[in-house]
Design a protein around this ligand. Structure first.
Ligand SMILES: Nc1ncnc2c1ncn2[C@@H]1O[C@H](COP(=O)(O)OP(=O)(O)OP(=O)(O)O)[C@@H](O)[C@H]1O
Length: 240
């Protein structure tokens, strides 16, 4: 069964249209959502979380429609849309205590395990965290309530190459333990490193939703890197 199904999502802004976006996400897979600035990634992700109200479309998680089951579904997913909503001057331990009250599945041992594994100090406040640490803390909160799917908007942006590499390794580890990871990026090398599946959006429309190798087979020319291929496809779309 698909963990998430997005069908025929449409959202119209005065200068932009998200057109008929459909895709599905599976357990134990990393899906990289690639597209250049303004392609519609954040609008898609926020629609998937009911933070933006799409004009049309159907969003289901675990076989249930998001509409009418949002609270139940949000217990089982972890997400970050970039804008950190935690109290900047509260200690991480206080923020975790608030999250713990909200999530029925919260597990303190898991929380402590990942805080240690990711090298986070719970006496710090969000103001004292680097960008990489903020992303890691988002992941700790999601993992501590046993999220079955992680939905992350540009988690690698703002990270140095070492922190990015480290984060992509964490995604791989989570994928191997069965979590579905869905993350947006405009950095093609993120996909090269860890994605199983590629969802490529351009000008508000899905251009491809394929296994990484199937994507290469379908679109790459001899000798091209994935980056070359996507750049060429983008140029073609701009001239279309
Ligand atoms: N609330 C809004 N009102 C009007 N237009 C909007 C709104 N939110 C987004 N847009 C427009 O929709 C388009 C897609 O934006 P979106 O943030 O989804 O792109 P993105 O792929 O996430 O880009 P980036 O990589 O820069 O974050 C942009 O042209 C943006 O200006």
């Amino acid at each position: 069964m698909d963990i998430a199904e997005i069908k025929n999502l449409t959202k119209e802004y005065p200068t932009f249209r998200l057109s008929d976006v459909s895709f599905a996400l599976k357990k134990g897979r990393i899906t990289g959502f690639i597209g250049r600035n303004g392609a519609g990634k954040t609008t898609t992700i926020k629609s998937m979380l009911n933070l933006v109200h799409p004009d049309t479309g159907e969003i289901r998680y675990f076989g249930m429609p998001l509409a009418g089951h949002e609270a139940e579904i949000k217990q089982r997913i972890g997400y970050s849309t970039g804008s950190v909503s935690w109290y900047p001057r509260k200690k991480l331990s206080t923020i975790a205590a608030v999250s713990k009250r909200f999530y029925l599945n919260w597990d303190d041992d898991v929380y402590q395990h990942y805080m240690k594994q990711f090298g986070l100090d719970e006496r710090k406040t969000p103001l004292e965290l680097s960008e990489g640490m903020k992303v890691k803390f988002t992941l700790v909160l999601a993992l501590s309530h046993k999220a079955e799917i992680l939905i992350l908007d540009e988690p690698t942006s703002g990270l140095d190459p070492f922190s990015r590499e480290e984060l992509l390794e964490i995604f791989t580890m989570l994928r191997d333990s069965g979590t579905a990871v869905f993350f947006s990026t405009h950095i093609v090398s993120d996909l090269e490193k860890c994605a199983d599946d590629i969802l490529y959006i351009s000008h508000g429309s899905i251009v491809a939703a394929k296994l990484k190798q199937a994507f290469r087979d379908a679109y790459s020319q001899a000798g091209e890197t994935l980056e070359d291929t996507i750049l060429r496809m983008e140029k073609g779309a701009a001239h279309a």
